[in-house]
Design a protein. Structure first.
Length: 94
């Protein structure tokens, strides 16, 4: 079974919200949305990037921790074969 799937209509709001929060929101907002029913920390964007990958690319360690605590899988890869550890902004603490 493939790791990628398109968001279901019920996940569309969570899909947009998680990626928007990673880019422009706060840790408190991320914690709230992670508690929403149906919110998947491993949801993918068009490049198969997960919220964890986006947080790592932006050096947001606090958000990375929240995502991992909520089940984000660290071994998933994007279309380029990279996981969250391959980003140049990856903090060495993870």
């Amino acid at each position: 079974m493939s790791e990628f799937y398109a968001p279901l209509p019920s996940q569309t709001t969570a899909f947009k919200t998680v990626f928007e929060i990673i880019s422009h929101g706060t840790v408190a907002e991320l914690k709230v949305v992670m508690q929403m029913e149906g919110c998947d920390p491993n949801i993918r964007n068009e490049d198969l990037k997960t919220p964890l990958m986006i947080a790592a690319e932006n050096g947001k360690c606090d958000m990375m921790a929240v995502l991992i605590e909520n089940g984000a899988r660290v071994n998933l890869q994007d279309v380029f074969g990279k996981n969250f550890r391959n980003t140049h902004r990856f903090p060495k603490m993870f």
